[in-house]
Design a protein around this ligand. Structure first.
Ligand code: AMP
Length: 199
């Protein structure tokens, strides 16, 4: 299965991604986790992106495209992958498409987790307290919701036009949402692999 999971911050993408990854035996790849790991390790990239993560902005497309291109070259993605938090901009959608075409792969489905914004702000504030995430101030939470609505949500339309979009209600218990996701994905036709493009 080659999947994307999209949805507003706090909709439960991270939790559901891990469950989907386990279910299909594919790596769940979170660009947010990758960036947070760079920040924790205080790498040059981590130091550069920390203020962006803290403020709720988006890290540059070039940086994200490089991270994902490198990750999707790893052999553990051979049976498939689930990308969580990428693509978030039109430039990233195009870069991912080019990369997959080069690799002779296509997406099977794009999952959109849907949830009410008020519920999300509440969830994120609670998570910030529990996990002590420095990037989860109230201002940053609001900026992220706005950025998602303005820049990322419109990308779903393109995937809907390609017949890839699977919308799932993200409200309810973790198990309820997972069951909805697995039911919805079971109905998705697997696309044949076009095979790698000769370079
Ligand atoms: P997430 O955990 O997916 O909400 O990501 C946390 C933060 O990492 C975001 O608020 C962005 O600052 C940054 N980030 C993660 N993925 C991307 C992306 N695809 N494009 C730009 N910034 C990203």
């Amino acid at each position: 299965m080659r999947l994307l999971i999209m949805g507003p911050p706090g909709a439960g993408k991270g939790t559901q991604s891990k469950r989907i990854g386990d279910h299909y035996g594919i790596p769940a790849i979170s660009t947010g986790d990758a960036l947070r790991a760079e920040v924790s390790a205080a790498t040059p990239l981590g130091l550069e992106v920390k203020p962006i993560l803290d403020s709720g902005g988006y890290v540059s497309d070039d940086t994200l495209n490089q991270i994902v291109a490198h990750r999707l070259e790893q052999p553990d993605t051979g049976a498939g992958f689930l990308l969580d938090g990428y693509p978030r901009t039109l430039a990233q959608v195009s870069a991912l498409e080019q990369l997959l075409t080069k690799q002779g792969r296509t997406l099977d489905a794009v999952l959109a987790l849907e949830a009410d914004v008020e519920e999300l702000v509440d969830r994120l504030s609670r998570r910030a307290q529990i996990e002590g995430r420095s990037d989860d101030t109230e201002d940053a939470i609001r900026i992220r919701q706005k950025k998602y609505a303005a820049e990322t949500e419109p990308l779903l339309e393109g995937y809907a036009e390609r017949g890839l979009l699977v919308r799932v209600n993200g409200l309810g218990s973790v198990e309820e949402v997972s069951d909805r996701i697995f039911d919805a994905l079971a109905a998705v036709p697997r696309r044949p692999e076009p095979g790698p493009v000769a370079s």
